[in-house]
Design a protein around this ligand. Structure first.
Ligand code: AN7
Length: 429
């Protein structure tokens, strides 16, 4: 067996602390921590191992996170792992989406197919596993809804009390329903996500709970597996581009780390370019990119895509590194562009929540601008399931005036065949 060791390293000052230290930030300077796995593995045996595990029946390695355990949390034993299981999400192509975006070779990676319906489960299985290994008495997060749903589900599985801070009136119905149902203590805060996160940090310091937002380095280790799975599904031939929605920038950070590690291990032979897409009303990272990342910006966020309604992203420096190292771009799309992309994704039978549609809207925009060139291959990540935000669907199709381009209005009728015929003949005219 390969000798493996993992440590936490401060990204700002390089201080090293043991993997099992659960304080959450650098003891010397307060900087964000990064997990470094010190091991030597050869790429072809790793690829074989990952593929073998995929065919396995039962056991933790059937998870699409834990079958990459050497690159995620090698020291976790099977009994430590808290898994639902997660990952192994589909990579799909749809003619309609290729036509709409103008990208023939477009792949959709649907992370809404995770146990709680979002990509957050991949990070949460690792963070909760580590929280249990280090004896956490309680776990907490601030969230726009998906992290809280995921935290609640994994904490329930682990038997650890969960505390969540969510912005009042700005969490989509499916997410708040999940969070309550899975049993987390739910605090609805009068303030936006950024306010919730500051409060959660204070609560960590005062109450001694472990904070599992994506500033927690173990979350990022799990989220890396989206990228590993994508390149594995493409037989280890990376696409030209990987597009994803960006809010608090945890995923942007995780994707860059995954690509860097996959490249240095020799799992892939070249880097795809990353395209991080923000909502125009919550786009500090896109604005900063346009200015060469000279400044770290904050905005007062507003967008229909409540998942990414974030004005002061926490994983900023890590995300800048991801974009730089992949020769990536950051773009923004308006709420109307998001809603149109979502309507087309939904009508293709795939479906997603509004924030997820930002990736596909961004791909269409970058293709029109010529940034994505003719013939290039693109993987667009859908981060959350359609049913997360039923309110957005009803409002678009039923309540919006004037009627949007792709609206599909339900029609209420009396229970007679004559009514059915009347409505159908009117519609076919
Ligand atoms: C569907 O749940 O921040 O840039 O608290 O739910 O890694 O923050 C959610 C973020 C994209 C952005 N798509 O990812 C939370 C939260 C969906 C999301 C993002 C989120 P990051």
């Amino acid at each position: 067996m390969i000798e493996q060791r993992s440590v936490q390293v401060c990204e700002d000052c390089g201080t090293r602390i043991p993997e099992t230290d659960s304080r959450g930030d650098c003891p010397a300077c307060g900087g964000l921590l990064e997990i470094v796995h010190e091991s030597s593995s050869d790429p072809s045996s790793l690829k074989e191992l990952f593929a073998e595990r995929r065919a396995q029946i039962g056991g933790v390695e059937q998870s699409g996170v834990w079958r990459y355990r050497e690159l995620v949390l090698p020291t976790a034993a099977d009994v430590d792992v808290v898994s639902h299981p997660e990952g192994n999400t589909p990579l799909m192509q749809r003619q309609r989406l290729s036509e709409w975006t103008g990208v023939d070779d477009l792949w959709i990676k649907h992370e809404g197919h995770n146990p709680t319906g979002s990509f957050k489960d991949r990070g949460m299985t690792v963070a909760i596993t580590q929280a249990r290994r280090t004896g956490a008495s309680a776990v907490a997060c601030a969230s726009t809804g998906n992290t809280s749903a995921s935290l609640a589900a994994y904490a329930a599985h682990a038997g650890i009390p969960a505390l969540v801070f969510v912005p009042a009136g700005r969490v989509a119905l499916g997410k708040i329903a999940q969070t309550i149902a899975y049993g987390a203590r739910t605090l609805v805060v009068r303030g936006n996500f950024d306010v919730c996160l500051s409060l959660a940090v204070e609560a960590r310091n005062a109450l001694g709970v472990q904070l599992l937002n994506s500033v927690n380095p173990f979350r990022l280790e799990g989220q890396k597996t989206i990228v590993f799975e994508v390149v594995e599904q493409l037989d280890w031939a990376p696409p030209d581009w990987i597009a994803l929605p960006a809010g608090n920038l945890g995923n942007t950070a995780a994707f860059g780390k995954a690509l860097r590690e996959a490249r240095s291990l020799g799992l892939i032979s070249r880097m795809p370019r990353m395209a991080a897409i923000q909502a125009a009303g919550a786009a500090p990272f896109a604005r900063s990119f346009a200015g060469g990342f000279a400044e770290r910006l904050h905005v007062e966020p507003e967008t229909i895509a409540t998942a990414i309604r974030i004005g002061a992203p926490a994983s900023w420096n890590r995300a800048v590194r991801s974009i730089r190292e992949t020769n990536g771009v950051v773009a923004s799309v308006t709420d109307d562009e998001i809603l149109e992309a979502k309507a087309v994704i939904d009508a293709s039978g795939i479906g997603c929540e509004p924030a997820s549609a930002a990736s596909v809207a961004g791909v269409a925009k970058l293709r029109r601008a010529g940034t994505i060139r003719e013939g290039e291959s693109v993987v667009a990540v859908l981060t959350g399931h359609l049913l997360k935000d039923p309110g957005a669907v009803v409002s678009y199709h039923q309540d919006t005036e004037p009627r949007p381009a792709h609206a599909n209005r339900p029609i209420e009728i009396d229970a007679t065949l004559a009514e059915v015929e009347r409505v159908l003949s009117r519609q076919s005219q």
